[in-house]
Design a protein around this ligand. Sequence first.
Ligand code: ZN
Length: 675
Amino acid sequence: MTNPLIEKWDNEFEIPPFHKIKDVHFEEAFALAIEEARKNYANIYLNKNPPNFQNTIEQIEKAEELLDKVCRVFFNLTGTDSNIERQNIQLKIAPQLAQFSSEVLMNSRLWLRVKEIFNNRDDLDLSDEQHRIVYLYQQMFVRAGAELSQSKKRRYKTIMSELAILGTKFSQNLLADENSWQMELTIKDLDGLPNFLKDALAIASQAKSNHGYILTLNRALVVPFLQFSPNRHLRQKAYQAWASRGNNNNSNNNLEVITKILRLREERAKLLGYKSFSDFKLENQMAKSPENVESLLMSVWKPAVLKAKKDNHQLQNLLVEDGINDTLQPWDWRYYAEKRRANDYDINEVEIKSHFQLHKLIEAIFYCAKRLFNLDFEEISLKLHHEKAKCWKVTQNGEYLALFLGDYFTRDTKRSGAWCSSFKSQSKFNGNKRPIVLNVCNFDPPKEGNPCLLSFDEASTLFHEFGHALHVILSNVTYPSVSGTSVARDFVELPSQLFEHWLEVPEILEKFAINYETQKPISKKLIKKLLDSKNIDQGFSTVEYLASAIVDLNFHNASSPKDPLKLQKEILKGIDMPLAIEMRHSATQFAHIFAGDGYSSGYYSYMWSEVMDADAFKAFEETNNPFDRNVAESLLNCILSKGGSVAPEEAYINFRGKLPDVNALLQQRNLVDIN
Ligand SMILES: [Zn+2]
């Protein structure tokens, strides 16, 4: 059998041959790719010549090329289009990959070569990027246990492969739990719901081969349902189902999984000599320590909770005005917040949404990329990972730069949320490799013949993920390990959150926020109302986000809990969490921190990056031109093109002269002067 995954992808863009790839190819491809990587590493550590950058570090950069290709195809498929077959392969392959990674990073002969280069790095004739890479490898080996004793190494390996299985299990449970719940709605239940939502509920029902209307646990359905349904009983039912994902009395319950994950993470950190997993995790981030993270989170928490409590009071009054003699509950908040917004600003979600058509907003992100970085996008037809995905060829001054893929619509086989990943990253040392980058969202597909309409938040998400994509597309480094988004976790959200600002530029709104019925651009009056009212519920969004970030930090910053949900409750009580607001992600559904290692003890990263994005956009505002070419060029040269080849603090200071303080963020969220 020939295996398309391991053949050379001899097509114009070196895109994976999706039409040939079948699930049955993966296990063999993984086995062959691991074997090939193993041989490549052996060639490095068995080399009789003394170690140098070229015969060691550069060879490491190349060693997993095939494995990397196979992994990217596989994990992009399991994320966007999972099935039982793929889930089973994933359960098998995740621990094997973890074991192989440990095998490499704990190989003493390999480590000794890297260490020698690291120790002599100042005497070698290295470029700045090479210098940085040597430092990063030294860190990576040490942090993966290269210096541990043999017995500790064995234990460490076991921990890592157990964690890989548990993380996979966590995601699979969550997806299964999300798909197992639905609520059929009668015509009467639709009272008070806007048409766009009724349409979406009908489409959700059709997707399950039913007639009528069905509410599922997709965020794009649940949130507007909670915003608009006047039926308190239904809101409660929907909210509770949504909030208890991963914590139901069934085989998908994640409590045991997360308890084990936290215990193993603690053990991992202690084996390496750290006080806690947070200490380990944060050491090589911009934040450096749990104390720094806590100090940022708490400095925003105080004004946010004050604002939320004031809002709570107002919304409580609206509840009473509705004749309900009860305290405001989490399933009430969005409904009354929407009412208040309509009252205070004479604005409503339906009016906003009718101006945000997905295809126009895609034009908008491309337009911004053209104005800022002179990028051109041309839609082309290629066989992709899924039939609903689209593809654009990205060029700059006629020169091919990248492929950009957009996979925007929700489906049962896709994991929830939105993200950016890639099939290929940029690098130069082993041939000019151009990236293939993918944006994934979970927008509701439109009714036949209608455009897909987004809420303002969803439009921000589109811009956000495209900001990540630009980081990948504009990467201009030599080595793949520091390409594009391969940066510290608390720096990676800077390009994405920064790009969200362009959605609020009036010129962009006037050009691209076009009412789908009248074809008229959004009025200046509506833009003003939209931007003025944007922060009205900031107390709520900041509190629900921060509560998750604080719980994440506390989960990892002390001894692992016997019962994480009990600890979660205590933490929330300790910070005086308002009763009518819950965490954005409760522990059993907190995929950011449990589906993998990515954001563990790292959910604060969004806020850390926001401190920077609030300040970074000021660089454009100071010129009175959101498309100022000089500032854009400096952003490109200092940050977007550099990937991880420069330390993040240094990259930011190169761009803005100094690191920002928290004030720009408080202003951005309208959380100043609250009393
Ligand atoms: Zn992001």
